[in-house]
Write a protein that binds this ligand. Structure first.
Ligand code: ARG
Length: 512
């Protein structure tokens, strides 16, 4: 391609928009020369860093309080710096801080501080710190908040599933294997199956939270620092359970992010399966559900269309989340110790996965909560496709003493002949097993009672089964788990917000 060929007019080298602020203070010592906007953009994480701006200011405040407590910074500069930090916290970072010449928000913010209070003061905040421990701390802070928010959305979704299930413990419908009518079940049993999966997703996130909840701050570039920082103190200020145990691991590790992405990919896969269900169920072929109009779109040409677009996009978001996991884990796999810049590219994938789940789960709750189920259609399909044949075979075993394999063959042969009435069953028994079911005492009345889908559901009373009594037990147990998760989410979220509020109050007190 010829030089000067301008294919992307928006990406030509732009005039400096932030000349007022010092140009990239980190390059000045060691490196020389101008860089093109394209190169700066390539290196920059500014868009991604928008996720961690608030966290970064908290990290600055905690670090500054720590420097002051340990007598590493004098009172005067400490107060001036804290005043500037609080101003940025209260009024937001100026647009210049996000200029890509600074590569990332950590450098942009430092330039902004130096611009405001001078280098003699602004240049002292980064003592004993590197962007490596800084960014890792920021990511963990934001990720903790996101885990709590996602757990909260999952609580709403699970509540909806349990509520709707509670209304449909007697709603008989077909269950499927291989997408073929298999055996009757109930809508409650069906929805509870999804709720179980979402409850495990919540459990996974809770477990991951504990591994995210450690503070890398004080690890500096990787080898920690000779400044006598109190890492327990800053960890506590930021609401972490403790500091990371090894400073090299602290800056190099992203398995906490991969773990959460894995949890999110799994959770979104469950969401996607439920969406697929809703897409299928809302077809004219199946017709089990009518989604609220709000969750549907129409066609620009076919005026009759009501399409389940939200469910479809959510199915695709599961792909986005899984893609984010695949990208992040692949980025990590070739990295030697300790920090490598590749890790910057990973962070965007983390937030993409988080965002996919964060926007999907509340919509899924709304979509289920507002859906109308066609109970007659479900009941009509419940017994189709010989879906009660298993129960008939079971009755031949339980009430007439046949080995299950023999009963299975007899009933299968009757289905091959197209009916499960007594005459067909008798012929099938003679043909496939050389016996008479009539002689065994099988009657027409018993057969028709056994073939009723409600009967098949009602006898499945064992643990985990679809009988209303068994489902009531599941509902109760799931509500108990839900309450426990709700308490955890509330308490953990409150403790985290309180820690951050306390940190800001402590920072304000410092400059009184
Ligand atoms: N923007 C960087 C990231 O997200 C921050 C750490 C930069 N560290 C460095 N050594 N260049 O990973």
């Amino acid at each position: 391609m010829g030089r000067g060929l301008n294919l992307f007019p928006g990406q030509t080298i732009t005039g400096r928009t932030v000349d007022r602020m010092r140009s990239d203070q980190i390059r000045q010592g060691r490196l020389a020369g101008e860089r093109s906007a394209g190169l700066e953009h390539f290196l920059a994480s500014m868009d991604t860093d928008r996720w961690i701006v608030e966290a970064d200011l908290l990290v600055d405040m905690a670090h500054l309080l720590g420097l002051r407590q340990q007598g590493i910074i004098d009172e005067g500069p400490a107060r001036a710096l804290m005043a500037a930090l609080l101003d940025l916290h209260d009024h937001g970072l100026p647009a210049e801080a996000f200029d890509e010449r600074f590569e990332d928000i950590h450098a942009g913010k430092e330039a902004c501080l130096i611009d405001r209070v001078g280098e003699d003061i602004g240049g002292r905040l980064h003592m004993g710190r590197s962007r490596n421990d800084e960014v890792a701390t920021c990511i963990r802070i934001r990720l903790k908040q996101e885990i709590i928010a996602l757990a909260g959305s999952l609580l709403d979704l699970r509540t909806t599933l349990l509520d709707v299930a509670g209304m449909h413990t007697e709603t008989v419908m077909p269950g499927f294997t291989h997408m073929q009518h298999a055996q009757p079940t109930t809508l409650a049993h069906y929805l509870l199956a999804y709720e179980q999966a979402f409850s495990r997703d919540t459990a996974r996130l809770r477990e991951a939270y504990a591994r995210v909840d450690v503070s890398p701050l004080g690890s500096a570039a990787f080898a920690s620092t000779g400044f006598p920082l109190d890492r327990d103190y800053t960890a506590r200020l930021l609401g972490f359970s403790c500091p990371t145990a090894n400073s090299m691991d602290a800056v190099a590790a992203r398995d906490f992010a991969l773990e959460v992405l894995g949890d999110i990919a799994i959770c979104m896969t469950t969401a996607s399966r439920l969406c697929e269900e809703l897409v299928l169920w809302s077809t004219a072929f199946i017709g089990f559900v009518d989604l609220d109009d709000a969750y549907c779109s129409s066609s620009s040409i076919m005026p009759q269309k009501k399409n389940p677009d939200v469910a479809e996009i959510m199915r695709a978001k599961a792909g986005t989340a899984t893609g984010a996991l695949a990208a992040a884990i692949t980025i990590t796999k070739g990295l030697p110790m300790s920090y490598n810049r590749d890790l910057q590219e990973l962070t965007g994938h983390l937030w993409r996965g988080v965002e996919a789940a964060r926007e999907s789960i509340p919509l899924l709750a709304g979509m289920i909560g507002t859906a109308t189920f066609d109970l007659e259609r479900m009941a009509a399909e419940a017994g189709r496709g010989f879906s009660t044949a298993t129960e008939l075979a079971d009755v031949l075993v339980r009430e007439h003493g046949l080995p299950f394999r023999t009963a299975h063959r007899i009933v299968g042969r009757a289905v091959r002949h197209g009916s499960l009435d007594l005459a067909t069953l008798e012929a099938a028994a003679q043909e496939a097993a050389g016996i008479s079911v009539v002689d065994l005492g099988v009657t027409d009345e018993r057969i028709s009672a056994v073939l009723d889908p409600r009967h098949a559901v009602s006898v499945r009373t064992i643990v985990g089964g679809p009988a209303p009594a068994a489902v009531a037990v599941q509902l109760e147990e799931q509500r108990r788990l839900l309450d426990n998760d709700a308490t955890w989410t509330e308490e953990t979220g409150a403790a985290l917000s309180r820690a951050h509020e306390d940190l800001i109050s402590e920072s304000r007190r410092m400059i009184l």
